[in-house]
Design a protein around this ligand. Structure first.
Ligand code: PMP
Length: 382
């Protein structure tokens, strides 16, 4: 037998709940038009690239030292950005940053979930919520979403919360992979239901995490102002999408300062490198340019929705930088349609939602290539 009799990870003393599982990840295929991971198609502008080089060079001179452990300058700049764009003024003490919002979410579950506790999300939604729950030993509960328009029905959701009494509730708005925004009233209803369900003796309520990774692309204002007076409501965001900086790995949250104190109990010391902090600060200096690209992408997103509908697709209303479309209920289902588009050189995402696929908004040229491929697909399916 090979070394020590270990053929696969299942021969190792791995945690039982990880045995037989696969890691998260979309196929990374080398095709002309890649619209499968909700990235921003626009490279950073040259002025910003130059500014990053400058700030990183300054940081490099001090790389013999650990970085600012509390990332105070960065959290202050993020707080200013949120204050300017989301209608609520907050300070650095109400903002926390980590390596992508995935790490923010993981820190939240390390602090508020864990063994013996549960988290609930309304599915289909961002599959990493369930995977981060698994990785942190948090039990996962699937809550309901309307099967036709993918909205969250407040009374069905409240019933699920009352029945399961989760310690953590995820609300993804705009939701990945459907693009659906959640109304502020619905978030408030879920928040209140979650607090009621955990208001017994010795209980301290439930944490409600609003994942606003795609917040800047929404037709609706940010849900950020809802955190005022609600210390158990957290808004999670990222620079991966609107800032076009997925490679930077910078996510953040806004919440009551006590939540920020809580995640500090589980964060690794110096988790945000000096290079990351310098790069993110440079990007925040160029917010207006980057938000200009967001406006272009929103217009292209709306064009994709309109043109897909004109072609005869069923399209879910989208507030994100991607669009869910279908339906592909014929032989092979959505996966056969995914493969057909791939053969035309266009990579979209099959998220496992029956009969539906998800396309990320690209440049106008990429979107045209995608729409041409869908026209071919619809001819084929006729
Ligand atoms: N939340 C949602 C809903 C997402 O779709 C993603 C990325 N696909 C993330 C969080 C994580 O993004 P990042 O870690 O790059 O901030």
């Amino acid at each position: 037998t090979p070394a020590g009799g270990v053929r696969t990870l299942d021969d190792l003393p791995i945690r039982e709940e990880l045995r037989g599982q696969s890691p998260y990840g979309a196929p990374q295929l080398d095709v002309p038009v890649r619209l499968n991971t909700n990235e921003n198609p626009y490279p950073l502008p040259p002025e910003l690239v130059a500014r990053i080089a400058e700030r990183v060079a300054a940081a490099a001179r001090d790389l013999n030292r650990y970085p600012d452990r509390d990332a105070v300058e960065l959290r202050t700049a993020l707080a200013a950005y949120l204050g300017r764009t989301c209608g609520l003024s907050i300070g650095a003490e109400g903002v926390w940053a980590a390596n992508g919002s995935n790490e923010v979410l993981q820190q939240l579950l390390q602090a508020f979930g864990g063994p013996g506790r549960t988290a609930l999300g309304f599915e289909p939604s961002y599959s990493m919520h369930a995977l981060i729950a698994r990785g942190t030993g948090t039990g996962w509960l699937s809550g309901p979403r309307d099967a036709e328009d993918f909205t969250i029905d407040p009374s069905a959701a409240e019933r699920a919360i009352a029945e399961h009494r989760p310690h953590v509730v995820f609300v993804c708005s705009p939701n990945n992979p459907t693009g659906t925004a959640v109304a502020a009233e619905t978030v408030l209803a879920l928040h209140d239901a979650a607090q009621r369900a955990r208001s017994g003796p010795g209980e301290h309520g439930a944490l409600v995490i609003v994942d606003e990774a795609y917040g800047e692309f929404s037709h609706r204002p940010s849900l950020l102002p809802l955190i005022e007076g609600r210390p158990r409501l957290v808004i999670s965001r990222t620079m991966s999408k609107a800032f076009g900086a997925a490679g930077l790995r910078l996510g953040y949250l806004a919440a009551h300062p006590a939540v920020v104190d809580a995640v500090q109990l589980v964060r690794l010391p110096y988790h945000l490198s000096a290079v990351t902090q310098a790069t993110a600060l440079a990007a925040l200096e160029h917010t207006d340019t980057l938000l200009g690209y967001v406006e272009q992408l929103k217009a292209e997103r709306d064009r994709l929705v309109a043109e897909l509908r004109a072609i005869g697709c069923e399209v879910t209303d989208s507030d994100a930088n991607f669009v869910q479309f279908g339906r592909f209920d014929g032989p092979g289902g959505a996966h056969a349609a995914w493969r057909f588009l791939l053969e035309q050189g266009v990579l979209v995402r099959d998220n496992g939602v029956p009969g539906r696929l998800r396309v990320t908004t690209g440049t106008p040229e990429e979107n045209d290539a995608f729409l041409d491929a869908v026209r071919e697909l619809m001819k084929e399916n006729d």
